[in-house]
Design a protein around this ligand. Structure first.
Ligand SMILES: C[S@@+](CC[C@H](N)C(=O)[O-])C[C@H]1O[C@@H](n2cnc3c(N)ncnc32)[C@H](O)[C@@H]1O
Length: 425
């Protein structure tokens, strides 16, 4: 199979990263701390951060860091790392996963929170949108604990407790466990919350989080995490003067908002969103399921001359709404890549992306993103296919069948980087 566009052609290296690296426990260290959607397989950053290079990178950026898989792996290799994510829940998870704390401190603080919450007899206001998801008793107990967590003075400990609280709020909600976004559970056993005591559940989650955080190496280079929009150039300035930088990331999908919606209850509890719901966060997020009329008809000139511009024109003939959504997606991704290319020390890019079915047709999103990066002065050096859990790939371009999800990893080096000829495995 070949990959690449505009005359470039590279052999795709088949296989999967589990086989390339062997077993790596999914819940090692702080991995697996929170069930964030579309988490990256930790083998992928491990592979690219440990591969042989003549000139090793000194810093890693993940502009879509989600729950911090790349950041944990980078710090484990002793590399400086910067994570950006526009979803406040993602930033919280990434921060907790990468911040070592004095052993036992989180557990001690969690027990004090429970003691204070037990004594409370009134609670601060809670978003009305939360009420349908909990019994009145659970709602009241969660409010007491949330208030008492928010009174914790040490901000690093407070974040750990906020995450334990988010896990508690998640497991106590009457949502259908089989669906990633909150959907009301039917009264069928196993589909709804079985939490009897919020206080006991919170203690269980505090012990779970502290157990994992206590295992973080104390001397590792703590990654920086910014809750920001990767389309803005500001967060990228943090990397100026950091030596040779590698961008390693799995970007959002074109038509997905599940990152924000799947964590909407936790976000409402922690005050990241109000009663209007996650709309504010969703508007800043790349990839969307719906588009408002005022956001239509963007100027596509930054994609001029690229194959994706033709594909977007074709798509417009089939579905104007889908075309609006994907116009914005590729323009947004172009802004992110332009921010990367604007940094002189951005020497290498490793991108994990897949395919999507859009208006009944398979779209090779990974190839389009690859072409966009290449157009900014990066040279594609290798492409790997990651077989996703043994499913086969769909090769036909049209048809009713949903294709199995395919994922590809593209690696690029800066054309003019002194390092470009020596990034060879
Ligand atoms: C595929 S997920 C990344 C998952 C991550 N690799 C992990 O292992 O958890 C894509 C992420 O991009 C984030 N995102 C979407 N739009 C963004 C934007 N404008 N700026 C920064 N992050 C954004 C989403 O919130 C989501 O967390």
């Amino acid at each position: 199979m070949d990959a690449g566009s505009k005359g470039r052609s590279l052999k795709v290296q088949p296989g999967n990263f589990r086989d390339r690296l062997g077993a790596l426990p999914a819940d090692d260290l702080t991995h697996g701390l929170f069930p964030y959607p579309a988490r990256l397989l930790r083998h992928i950053p491990r592979y690219f951060l440990t591969m042989e290079r003549s000139l090793a990178p000194s810093a890693v950026i993940d502009p879509f860091c989600g729950s911090g898989t790349v950041l944990v792996e980078a710090a484990l290799q002793g590399l400086k790392a910067l994570g950006i994510d526009q979803n406040p829940m993602a930033a919280l998870i990434s921060r907790v996963k990468t911040t070592p704390l004095p052993p036992g401190s989180l557990e001690a603080a969690g027990r004090s929170v429970i003691e204070a919450a037990n004594k409370a007899n009134s609670a601060r206001a809670t978003a009305q949108s939360l009420a349908p998801w909990y019994s009145p008793e659970h709602l009241a107990d969660l409010s007491y604990i949330r208030d008492s967590v928010q009174d914790v003075a040490d901000f690093e400990i407070k974040r750990g407790l906020e995450l334990a609280f988010a896990l508690t709020a998640r497991s106590a909600s009457q949502t259908d466990r089989r669906i990633p976004v909150p959907v009301r559970a039917n009264h069928v056993q196993g589909q709804r919350s079985e939490v009897a005591s919020i206080f006991e559940e919170f203690l269980r989650q505090v012990l779970f989080v502290s157990n994992k955080v206590d295992r973080l190496p104390k001397n590792w280079p703590q990654p920086q995490v910014l809750n920001a929009d990767a389309r803005s150039s500001d967060p990228w300035k943090t990397l100026i003067g950091q030596g040779s930088v590698v961008l390693l990331s799995s970007p959002p999908y074109g038509a997905a908002q599940k990152y924000v919606r799947s964590t909407s209850l936790e976000s409402a509890w922690l005050g990241f969103i109000d009663d209007r719901g996650p709309i504010g966060i969703e508007q800043g997020s790349i990839g969307r399921e719906h588009i408002r009329a005022q956001h239509r008809a963007p100027n596509l000139s930054s994609l001029d001359g690229l194959l994706v511009a033709d594909e977007l024109r074709d798509l417009r003939n089939r579905s104007a709404t889908r075309a609006d959504i994907y116009d914005h997606y590729y323009l947004d991704m172009m802004k992110v890549f332009q921010n990367a290319a604007a940094l002189d020390n951005m020497d290498e890019v490793v991108l994990v992306a897949g395919t999507n079915v859009v208006a009944g047709t398979l779209m090779e999103t990974h190839e389009h993103l690859s072409e966009m990066i290449s157009s900014l002065g990066f040279r594609l050096v290798e492409v790997f296919q990651d077989e996703i859990r043994g499913r086969t790939l769909l090769t036909r371009r049209k048809g009713d069948a949903q294709p199995a999800r395919a994922e590809y990893v593209h690696r690029f080096v800066r054309q003019d980087a002194a390092t470009s000829t020596i990034f060879v495995k």
